[in-house]
Design a binder for this molecule. Structure first.
Ligand code: C2E
Ligand code: MG
Ligand code: MG
Ligand code: MG
Length: 290
Protein backbone atom coordinates (compact mmCIF):
# COMPACT_ATOMS: atom_id res chain seq x y z
CA UNK A 1 0.00 0.00 0.00
CA UNK A 2 1.13 3.52 -0.72
CA UNK A 3 -0.35 4.47 2.62
CA UNK A 4 1.50 1.91 4.70
CA UNK A 5 4.28 3.00 7.00
CA UNK A 6 6.54 1.30 9.42
CA UNK A 7 6.19 2.34 12.99
CA UNK A 8 8.10 0.38 15.60
CA UNK A 9 7.73 -2.76 13.50
CA UNK A 10 3.96 -2.37 13.13
CA UNK A 11 2.54 -1.40 9.76
CA UNK A 12 0.47 1.72 10.09
CA UNK A 13 -2.15 2.28 7.44
CA UNK A 14 -3.20 5.83 6.58
CA UNK A 15 -6.07 5.99 4.11
CA UNK A 16 -5.67 9.76 4.03
CA UNK A 17 -2.41 9.16 2.16
CA UNK A 18 -4.37 7.80 -0.77
CA UNK A 19 -7.40 10.05 -0.91
CA UNK A 20 -8.74 8.69 -4.20
CA UNK A 21 -8.35 5.08 -3.37
CA UNK A 22 -11.45 2.91 -3.17
CA UNK A 23 -9.86 1.80 0.08
CA UNK A 24 -11.60 4.62 1.88
CA UNK A 25 -14.94 3.12 0.95
CA UNK A 26 -14.01 -0.42 1.78
CA UNK A 27 -12.55 0.75 5.07
CA UNK A 28 -15.95 2.05 6.07
CA UNK A 29 -17.49 -1.31 5.21
CA UNK A 30 -14.83 -3.20 7.12
CA UNK A 31 -15.11 -0.97 10.15
CA UNK A 32 -18.68 -2.15 10.63
CA UNK A 33 -17.36 -5.68 11.11
CA UNK A 34 -14.38 -4.73 13.23
CA UNK A 35 -16.26 -5.13 16.50
CA UNK A 36 -17.78 -8.52 15.72
CA UNK A 37 -14.48 -9.78 14.32
CA UNK A 38 -12.77 -8.70 17.50
CA UNK A 39 -10.26 -6.50 15.67
CA UNK A 40 -10.47 -3.53 18.01
CA UNK A 41 -8.33 -3.28 21.09
CA UNK A 42 -7.65 -0.68 23.78
CA UNK A 43 -4.25 0.66 24.70
CA UNK A 44 -3.77 2.58 27.93
CA UNK A 45 -1.56 5.59 28.56
CA UNK A 46 -0.75 6.60 32.14
CA UNK A 47 -1.11 10.10 33.48
CA UNK A 48 1.13 11.10 36.35
CA UNK A 49 0.35 13.41 39.28
CA UNK A 50 3.13 16.00 39.25
CA UNK A 51 3.05 16.51 43.00
CA UNK A 52 3.20 12.92 44.21
CA UNK A 53 4.54 11.02 41.20
CA UNK A 54 1.53 8.72 41.45
CA UNK A 55 -0.22 7.38 38.39
CA UNK A 56 -3.52 9.15 38.63
CA UNK A 57 -5.31 7.39 35.84
CA UNK A 58 -4.85 5.74 32.48
CA UNK A 59 -6.49 6.87 29.25
CA UNK A 60 -8.07 4.22 27.03
CA UNK A 61 -7.12 4.73 23.37
CA UNK A 62 -8.72 2.54 20.75
CA UNK A 63 -6.68 0.70 18.12
CA UNK A 64 -7.91 -1.25 15.11
CA UNK A 65 -5.64 -4.15 14.31
CA UNK A 66 -6.68 -4.84 10.73
CA UNK A 67 -5.73 -8.31 9.49
CA UNK A 68 -4.32 -6.96 6.23
CA UNK A 69 -3.72 -3.26 6.71
CA UNK A 70 -2.03 -3.50 10.09
CA UNK A 71 -2.64 -1.04 12.86
CA UNK A 72 -5.07 1.70 11.87
CA UNK A 73 -4.80 4.71 14.21
CA UNK A 74 -8.04 6.14 15.63
CA UNK A 75 -7.87 9.44 13.80
CA UNK A 76 -8.13 7.38 10.60
CA UNK A 77 -11.38 5.64 11.50
CA UNK A 78 -13.14 7.61 14.25
CA UNK A 79 -14.15 10.28 11.69
CA UNK A 80 -15.64 7.52 9.44
CA UNK A 81 -17.42 6.06 12.39
CA UNK A 82 -18.87 9.47 13.21
CA UNK A 83 -20.02 10.09 9.64
CA UNK A 84 -21.73 6.74 9.35
CA UNK A 85 -23.27 6.70 12.82
CA UNK A 86 -21.29 3.56 13.63
CA UNK A 87 -19.64 5.52 16.45
CA UNK A 88 -22.53 4.53 18.69
CA UNK A 89 -21.63 0.84 18.42
CA UNK A 90 -17.92 1.60 18.64
CA UNK A 91 -18.27 3.79 21.71
CA UNK A 92 -20.37 1.22 23.49
CA UNK A 93 -17.67 -1.36 22.80
CA UNK A 94 -14.96 1.01 24.10
CA UNK A 95 -16.89 1.83 27.29
CA UNK A 96 -17.69 -1.86 27.92
CA UNK A 97 -14.07 -2.91 27.41
CA UNK A 98 -12.57 -0.04 29.45
CA UNK A 99 -14.92 -0.65 32.39
CA UNK A 100 -14.18 -4.39 32.29
CA UNK A 101 -10.46 -3.59 32.41
CA UNK A 102 -10.93 -1.13 35.26
CA UNK A 103 -12.86 -3.77 37.22
CA UNK A 104 -10.17 -6.39 36.51
CA UNK A 105 -7.42 -4.06 37.75
CA UNK A 106 -9.39 -3.21 40.88
CA UNK A 107 -10.01 -6.90 41.55
CA UNK A 108 -6.24 -7.40 41.31
CA UNK A 109 -5.64 -4.61 43.81
CA UNK A 110 -4.54 -2.06 41.21
CA UNK A 111 -6.46 1.10 42.02
CA UNK A 112 -6.40 2.79 38.65
CA UNK A 113 -8.95 5.23 37.35
CA UNK A 114 -9.68 5.00 33.64
CA UNK A 115 -10.54 7.74 31.19
CA UNK A 116 -12.58 7.22 28.05
CA UNK A 117 -12.79 9.49 25.00
CA UNK A 118 -16.24 10.24 23.66
CA UNK A 119 -16.98 11.97 20.39
CA UNK A 120 -19.28 14.81 19.33
CA UNK A 121 -21.86 12.34 18.05
CA UNK A 122 -21.88 10.50 21.38
CA UNK A 123 -22.51 13.74 23.22
CA UNK A 124 -25.67 14.58 21.36
CA UNK A 125 -26.89 11.03 21.77
CA UNK A 126 -29.36 11.08 24.64
CA UNK A 127 -28.62 7.37 25.33
CA UNK A 128 -25.03 7.94 26.44
CA UNK A 129 -25.74 8.39 30.18
CA UNK A 130 -27.93 5.26 30.10
CA UNK A 131 -25.19 3.30 28.33
CA UNK A 132 -22.74 4.31 31.05
CA UNK A 133 -25.23 3.46 33.80
CA UNK A 134 -25.89 -0.03 32.41
CA UNK A 135 -22.20 -0.81 31.93
CA UNK A 136 -21.09 0.62 35.30
CA UNK A 137 -23.63 -1.67 36.86
CA UNK A 138 -22.61 -4.67 34.74
CA UNK A 139 -18.95 -4.36 35.75
CA UNK A 140 -19.60 -3.08 39.28
CA UNK A 141 -17.43 -0.05 38.66
CA UNK A 142 -17.84 3.12 40.73
CA UNK A 143 -18.60 6.20 38.60
CA UNK A 144 -15.86 8.21 40.32
CA UNK A 145 -13.25 5.81 38.92
CA UNK A 146 -14.20 6.81 35.38
CA UNK A 147 -13.21 9.96 33.55
CA UNK A 148 -14.94 11.03 30.36
CA UNK A 149 -12.84 13.09 27.94
CA UNK A 150 -14.74 15.43 25.65
CA UNK A 151 -13.10 17.71 23.10
CA UNK A 152 -13.91 21.38 23.03
CA UNK A 153 -15.07 21.22 19.43
CA UNK A 154 -17.47 18.38 20.27
CA UNK A 155 -19.09 20.68 22.80
CA UNK A 156 -19.46 23.49 20.33
CA UNK A 157 -21.21 21.45 17.60
CA UNK A 158 -24.44 21.43 19.54
CA UNK A 159 -23.79 23.09 22.91
CA UNK A 160 -27.33 22.76 24.23
CA UNK A 161 -27.61 18.99 23.83
CA UNK A 162 -23.97 18.41 24.67
CA UNK A 163 -24.43 20.30 27.89
CA UNK A 164 -27.51 18.24 28.81
CA UNK A 165 -25.55 15.03 28.31
CA UNK A 166 -22.62 16.39 30.32
CA UNK A 167 -24.89 17.43 33.16
CA UNK A 168 -26.41 13.94 33.23
CA UNK A 169 -22.96 12.28 33.29
CA UNK A 170 -21.83 14.68 36.03
CA UNK A 171 -24.93 13.97 38.08
CA UNK A 172 -24.15 10.24 37.84
CA UNK A 173 -20.80 10.90 39.52
CA UNK A 174 -18.56 10.42 36.49
CA UNK A 175 -15.52 12.73 36.19
CA UNK A 176 -15.40 15.04 33.21
CA UNK A 177 -12.37 16.36 31.39
CA UNK A 178 -12.14 18.79 28.47
CA UNK A 179 -9.63 17.31 26.03
CA UNK A 180 -7.41 19.20 23.57
CA UNK A 181 -8.15 22.40 25.48
CA UNK A 182 -7.18 25.52 23.58
CA UNK A 183 -7.76 24.16 20.07
CA UNK A 184 -11.53 24.64 19.84
CA UNK A 185 -13.68 27.67 20.18
CA UNK A 186 -15.27 27.07 23.53
CA UNK A 187 -16.08 30.40 25.03
CA UNK A 188 -15.11 31.13 28.58
CA UNK A 189 -18.80 31.73 29.28
CA UNK A 190 -19.49 28.09 28.39
CA UNK A 191 -16.59 26.88 30.46
CA UNK A 192 -17.91 28.80 33.44
CA UNK A 193 -21.36 27.20 33.10
CA UNK A 194 -20.07 23.69 32.59
CA UNK A 195 -19.66 21.22 35.38
CA UNK A 196 -16.30 19.64 34.66
CA UNK A 197 -13.40 18.51 36.83
CA UNK A 198 -10.40 18.89 34.57
CA UNK A 199 -8.98 20.56 31.50
CA UNK A 200 -6.31 18.89 29.40
CA UNK A 201 -4.05 21.32 27.56
CA UNK A 202 -3.61 20.24 23.95
CA UNK A 203 -0.28 18.71 23.04
CA UNK A 204 0.29 21.25 20.26
CA UNK A 205 1.07 23.85 22.95
CA UNK A 206 2.94 21.49 25.24
CA UNK A 207 5.32 19.66 22.91
CA UNK A 208 7.47 22.69 22.07
CA UNK A 209 6.73 24.91 25.06
CA UNK A 210 10.34 25.06 26.19
CA UNK A 211 11.38 26.36 22.77
CA UNK A 212 8.50 28.65 21.93
CA UNK A 213 7.69 31.41 24.39
CA UNK A 214 4.18 31.90 22.96
CA UNK A 215 3.40 28.26 23.65
CA UNK A 216 4.75 28.60 27.14
CA UNK A 217 2.61 31.69 27.71
CA UNK A 218 -0.48 29.79 26.54
CA UNK A 219 0.30 26.86 28.83
CA UNK A 220 1.00 29.13 31.81
CA UNK A 221 -2.19 31.16 31.27
CA UNK A 222 -4.30 28.03 30.83
CA UNK A 223 -3.00 26.57 34.07
CA UNK A 224 -3.88 29.83 35.86
CA UNK A 225 -7.31 29.92 34.22
CA UNK A 226 -8.05 26.33 35.18
CA UNK A 227 -6.93 26.81 38.76
CA UNK A 228 -8.92 30.01 39.12
CA UNK A 229 -12.01 28.11 38.02
CA UNK A 230 -11.25 25.38 40.54
CA UNK A 231 -10.29 22.77 37.93
CA UNK A 232 -7.45 20.28 37.74
CA UNK A 233 -5.11 20.99 34.88
CA UNK A 234 -3.44 18.24 32.89
CA UNK A 235 -0.95 18.51 30.03
CA UNK A 236 -0.75 15.99 27.18
CA UNK A 237 2.20 15.57 24.82
CA UNK A 238 5.02 15.63 27.38
CA UNK A 239 7.93 14.34 25.31
CA UNK A 240 10.96 15.64 27.22
CA UNK A 241 12.37 15.98 30.70
CA UNK A 242 12.62 19.72 30.12
CA UNK A 243 8.89 20.07 29.45
CA UNK A 244 8.05 17.89 32.45
CA UNK A 245 10.19 20.07 34.72
CA UNK A 246 8.72 23.27 33.32
CA UNK A 247 5.17 22.02 33.88
CA UNK A 248 6.00 21.28 37.50
CA UNK A 249 7.44 24.75 37.94
CA UNK A 250 4.25 26.18 36.44
CA UNK A 251 2.17 24.21 38.96
CA UNK A 252 0.45 21.96 36.40
CA UNK A 253 -1.31 19.09 38.18
CA UNK A 254 -0.88 16.16 35.81
CA UNK A 255 1.27 15.12 32.88
CA UNK A 256 0.87 12.56 30.13
CA UNK A 257 3.17 11.88 27.23
CA UNK A 258 5.73 9.71 25.51
CA UNK A 259 8.42 10.83 27.97
CA UNK A 260 6.53 9.05 30.73
CA UNK A 261 4.98 6.24 28.70
CA UNK A 262 3.48 5.53 25.31
CA UNK A 263 -0.01 4.03 25.18
CA UNK A 264 0.41 0.33 26.09
CA UNK A 265 -1.55 -2.90 25.88
CA UNK A 266 -2.73 -4.03 29.36
CA UNK A 267 0.22 -6.44 29.81
CA UNK A 268 2.73 -3.77 28.90
CA UNK A 269 1.03 -1.29 31.19
CA UNK A 270 1.17 -3.76 34.08
CA UNK A 271 4.93 -4.17 33.55
CA UNK A 272 5.38 -0.40 33.31
CA UNK A 273 3.42 0.13 36.53
CA UNK A 274 5.44 -2.55 38.34
CA UNK A 275 8.66 -0.73 37.48
CA UNK A 276 7.13 2.61 38.33
CA UNK A 277 5.94 1.43 41.72
CA UNK A 278 9.03 -0.64 42.47
CA UNK A 279 11.05 2.49 43.03
CA UNK A 280 8.10 4.20 44.63
CA UNK A 281 10.28 6.56 46.67
CA UNK A 282 12.40 7.44 43.72
CA UNK A 283 10.08 8.14 40.79
CA UNK A 284 10.01 11.85 41.61
CA UNK A 285 13.81 11.82 41.59
CA UNK A 286 14.01 9.53 38.62
CA UNK A 287 11.74 11.48 36.31
CA UNK A 288 11.59 14.89 37.93
CA UNK A 289 14.95 16.55 37.80
CA UNK A 290 13.68 19.86 39.12
P1 C2E B 1 -6.59 12.38 22.44
O1 C2E B 1 -7.71 11.89 23.27
O2 C2E B 1 -6.22 13.82 22.57
O3 C2E B 1 -5.37 11.42 22.80
C1 C2E B 1 -4.03 11.83 22.79
C2 C2E B 1 -3.31 11.33 21.56
O4 C2E B 1 -1.96 11.81 21.64
C3 C2E B 1 -3.20 9.81 21.45
O5 C2E B 1 -3.17 9.50 20.06
C4 C2E B 1 -1.84 9.54 22.09
O6 C2E B 1 -1.26 8.34 21.64
C5 C2E B 1 -1.07 10.73 21.60
N1 C2E B 1 0.05 11.05 22.49
C6 C2E B 1 0.20 10.76 23.80
N2 C2E B 1 1.35 11.25 24.30
C7 C2E B 1 1.95 11.88 23.28
C8 C2E B 1 3.20 12.59 23.16
O7 C2E B 1 3.98 12.74 24.10
N3 C2E B 1 3.48 13.12 21.94
C9 C2E B 1 2.65 12.98 20.86
N4 C2E B 1 3.02 13.52 19.71
N5 C2E B 1 1.47 12.32 20.94
C10 C2E B 1 1.13 11.78 22.13
P2 C2E B 1 -4.09 8.35 19.46
O8 C2E B 1 -4.14 7.18 20.39
O9 C2E B 1 -3.66 8.12 18.06
O10 C2E B 1 -5.53 9.00 19.48
C11 C2E B 1 -5.84 10.09 18.68
C12 C2E B 1 -7.21 10.63 19.00
O11 C2E B 1 -8.22 9.69 18.62
C13 C2E B 1 -7.43 10.87 20.49
O12 C2E B 1 -6.87 12.11 20.88
C14 C2E B 1 -8.95 10.86 20.56
O13 C2E B 1 -9.48 12.11 20.19
C15 C2E B 1 -9.30 9.83 19.51
N6 C2E B 1 -9.57 8.55 20.18
C16 C2E B 1 -8.73 7.61 20.62
N7 C2E B 1 -9.39 6.57 21.18
C17 C2E B 1 -10.71 6.88 21.11
C18 C2E B 1 -11.91 6.22 21.52
O14 C2E B 1 -11.90 5.12 22.12
N8 C2E B 1 -13.10 6.86 21.25
C19 C2E B 1 -13.15 8.08 20.63
N9 C2E B 1 -14.35 8.65 20.41
N10 C2E B 1 -12.03 8.73 20.24
C20 C2E B 1 -10.83 8.14 20.47
MG1 MG C 1 -8.18 12.08 25.20
MG1 MG D 1 -6.11 15.17 23.98
MG1 MG E 1 -5.47 15.43 21.07
Amino acid sequence: YAGKRRNAGVAVYRPSDDQHSPDRLSLMGELRQAVERDELTLYYQPKVDLTTGRVSYVEALVRWIHPVRGMVPPDQFIPFAEQTGYIKVLSRWVIDKALAQCAAWRAAGIELDVSINVSARDLINADLPHTFAVLLDKHRVQPEWIWVEITESALMDDPVHAMQTLDALYAMGLRLSIDDFGTGYSSLAHLKKMSVHEIKIDKSFVIGMTEDSDDETIVRSTIALGHNLGLRVAAEGVETQLVLDRLRTLDCDLAQGYFLSRPLAPDGLKAWLDTWHADWASPPQRVFSA
